[in-house]
Ligand binder design. Structure first.
Ligand SMILES: Nc1nc2c(ncn2[C@@H]2O[C@H](COP(=O)(O)OP(=O)(O)OP(=O)(O)O)[C@@H](O)[C@H]2O)c(=O)[nH]1
Length: 334
């Protein structure tokens, strides 16, 4: 258990630190309330032992700030025990009002301190498991169960945040909508289970291409989501006409390069994907317009013959596929 001990009196700090360390706890020290708030954010302790009267900032004020910080971070509640020289009723009431959980005399007898710390360390253990379970739940709630990509709900939330950022910074914003070609025929021919495997592989190929583009600096914080069914989307903050075209084409190639047999997919005989792209200045429209435009171009890619990307008003031809394409679709060799 990590304890943040806040006290300006050196003698108290020395005695308390050596007692707590002898029970096996890690102790971080702050000399006043202001230092305590900073140390709380950086050390993330399991328990705070807080003096009340201190220079610069007193313990009540520091606790208020710690509680406000916890609220912004959605951290679980960290117990705060006030250290007092006098056990007055007023002190107890103010301590609880300030967000404290208990108070204890600085001169508490050894067995009492040991017992209290034992109870606190039990609470710390529970808090840790609770916060791990919460994190797991949050991950599950934002992930698509089949592909592991961002699901539609979390895509909407992240897109709105990034769109607002782009608006504030006056940066262009790109979007790709992607749809596996003739997937109904795939399911009908190979079965739903194989269809699921195919969806996973395609999702992974798109995501790998986007990770690669982010690493190359071609895209910035771009991410992939399962939009629904056999449709995916790629959100591309700070996109350019060149980057959106390059990424769209690389995904078409990467999916084709998977070479997943699909006898009924036109003449190609393998699974392919169609992509529609759009790029907007957030100052001149709504995010819904971006989706509408990318969707219209996706429809265009389908009607032009599938297995291609359309990201502007001069549609590409089917990408050249006579070379060997790597997993991300970015490297070709002939
Ligand atoms: N296996 C599997 N199939 C899915 C899933 N979600 C949607 N589908 C299937 O995806 C198919 C989509 O078919 P359509 O919308 O007709 O489109 P398409 O056959 O791909 O034709 P185009 O889009 O015009 O190329 C349907 O057969 C759905 O059942 C899924 O989670 N797993």
């Amino acid at each position: 258990m990590k304890i943040l001990l806040v006290d300006d009196a050196r003698s108290v700090v020395m005695v308390m630190t050596s007692r707590l360390a002898s029970y096996g706890y890690d102790v971080v020290h702050a000399a006043n309330g202001q230092e305590a708030v900073a140390a709380f954010a950086s050390a993330a302790p399991d328990l705070v032992l807080m003096d009340i009267e201190m220079p610069v900032m007193n313990g009540f004020e520091a606790t208020n700030r710690i509680r406000a910080f916890e609220a912004t971070k959605q951290w679980a509640w960290t117990p705060v025990i006030f250290l007092t020289s006098s056990d007055t009723v007023e002190n107890l009431v103010t301590a609880i009002e300030a967000g404290g959980d208990d108070f204890m005399s600085k001169f508490v007898p050894e067995p009492v301190l040991q017992a209290k710390m034992k109870a606190m360390s039990r609470i710390a253990g529970l808090r840790k498991s609770l916060s791990q379970a919460n994190q797991k739940l949050q991950d599950l709630a934002s992930q698509d169960g089949l592909t592991g990509l961002c699901n539609r709900r979390s895509m909407d939330v992240r897109t709105d945040q990034l769109w607002l950022e782009a608006q504030a910074r006056e940066q262009p914003f790109g979007l790709l909508m992607l749809d596996i070609d003739n997937f109904k025929k795939y399911n009908d021919h190979y079965g739903h289970q194989t269809g699921d495997d195919c969806l996973r592989q395609v999702a992974h190929a798109i995501d790998a291409a986007i990770h690669h583009a982010n690493q190359l600096g071609m895209t910035h914080r771009a991410f992939t989501a399962r939009y629904g069914g056999e449709e995916f989307s790629v959100i591309m903050p700070r996109a350019t006409p060149q980057s959106i075209l390059k990424v769209a084409n690389s995904i078409v190639k990467a999916v084709y390069g998977l070479a997943i047999a699909h006898e009924l997919n036109e003449a190609w005989g393998v699974v392919s994907i169609s992509v529609g792209g759009a790029l907007k200045n957030p100052a001149q429209g709504e995010v819904v317009d971006l989706f509408r435009e990318a969707d219209a171009r996706l429809y265009q890619a389908k009607t032009l013959g599938r297995n291609r990307a359309v990201v502007d008003d001069s549609p590409n031809s089917v990408p050249k596929l006579d070379g060997v394409v790597d997993r991300t679709g970015f490297v070709e060799s002939h």
